[in-house]
Design a protein around this ligand. Structure first.
Ligand code: TYM
Length: 331
């Protein structure tokens, strides 16, 4: 069975983009893969995190992932910092990756903006730690949203350069698994911006723990344009907000955008938004309820992470120890 690895930063609550771009795929892949899912708290630390909030959000996201259908007994769920192999392989990869490669990373440029000098070195080498996460497990399939595509290309470049430099065939090629219809869910306030946990406006996203009323209100207030919905996909050109809402409806109801437009085309946004809110509440409502229930027992959540960390360690420790031997570290 092929091994899947994927991660999510425990900052804030997972939002609809995380769900449709990644988490939903994770749940399905559990049927026919060995899966390792990781709350990447070391990646979160690349920008300032309040310590108490980081701890709380790590448990919050654990609850949310379990509620969404991650099975921690058949698969592995843990937090990155609990397994030191990530940091060790991350260092080896910092010595493999070239500055020129890191300079091309669009996510660093977006996050650092013009104020590059004032960002952490961790943010800059973020992609080599991400490569280490995956390669430490010899994982071959990585389910992510479209925004991680470039990082996965770099992870392959790093793995292949390591193999080449040390004359080995040690790190396998990684295949990104990016869902076709929901690879990039956009903000509800601006259809040209990605939906994100870190957007200061809560109205820009649906959180996986939102109540039915919050979901309905956010969808009602979602930005649209004055035209009715088109009957065909070509009519969505130049209408990013309409395209996004149709894509969300299609992904949530396992339909294509064309099928959704065949039903709602020609109507105004009023009835469509009502139907969209209903689909979202029907799917996310039970996840939010189960998340709240699980959060009543933080000890249980911590025990799950702790068990996951020791099982993760059993897999990646020998791989990373071998990488350290290959580079010439003496033990
Ligand atoms: P993070 O925490 O930003 O997001 C977690 C996952 O959600 C996807 N995603 C989206 N998909 C569609 N539309 C959106 N608006 C949207 N927003 C987020 C992301 O693509 C991601 O799959 N660097 C990663 C975490 C990471 C990782 C890894 C992932 C660290 N190590 C190793 C895979 C393998 C990140 O910041 O994800």
């Amino acid at each position: 069975m092929q091994r899947v690895f994927s991660g999510i930063q425990p900052t804030g609550v997972p939002q609809l983009g995380n769900y449709l771009g990644a988490i939903r795929n994770w749940v399905t892949l559990q049927n026919d893969h060995d899966c390792v899912f990781c709350l990447v708290d070391m990646h979160a630390l690349t920008v300032w995190q309040d310590p108490a909030a980081l701890r709380e959000q790590t448990l919050g996201q654990t609850a949310c992932l379990l509620a969404a259908g991650i099975d921690p007994t058949r698969h592995i769920l843990y937090n990155q910092s609990a397994v030191s192999a990530h940091a060790r392989l991350g260092w080896l990869f910092n010595c493999v990756v070239r500055l020129g490669w890191l300079n091309r990373m669009t996510q660093f440029k977006d996050k650092a903006g013009k104020d590059r000098e004032n960002h952490s070195a961790g943010l800059y080498v973020y992609p080599s730690l991400m490569a280490a996460d995956i390669h430490a497990f010899h994982a071959t399939r990585v389910p992510v949203g479209d925004d991680q595509r470039q990082h996965l290309e770099l992870a392959n470049d790093i793995g292949q350069k390591f193999n080449h430099d040390y004359g080995v065939d040690f790190f396998p090629v990684i295949e990104p698994l990016i869902p076709p219809g929901a690879a990039r869910i956009m903000s509800l306030r601006d259809g040209t911006k990605k939906m994100s946990k870190s957007d200061p406006s809560a109205q820009s996203r649906i959180d996986m723990t939102d109540t039915p009323d919050e979901i309905a209100l956010k969808i009602r207030r979602a930005k649209t344009d004055p035209e009715p919905l088109p009957s065909e996909e070509a009519g969505l050109a130049g209408r990013p907000e309409a395209r996004n809402l149709v894509a969300i409806y299609a992904a949530m109801s396992d339909e294509t955008s064309a099928q959704v437009l065949a039903r709602f085309g020609g109507e105004g946004f009023g009835p469509f938004k009502k139907a969209l809110a209903e689909v979202l509440v029907a799917k996310l409502g039970p996840v939010a309820d189960e998340t709240r229930r699980l959060l009543r027992d933080p000890g249980h959540l911590q025990a799950i992470l702790c068990d996951g960390a020791s099982r993760a360690e059993a897999i990646c420790e020998p791989i990373v120890t071998e990488a350290e031997r290959l580079v010439g570290f003496l033990r």
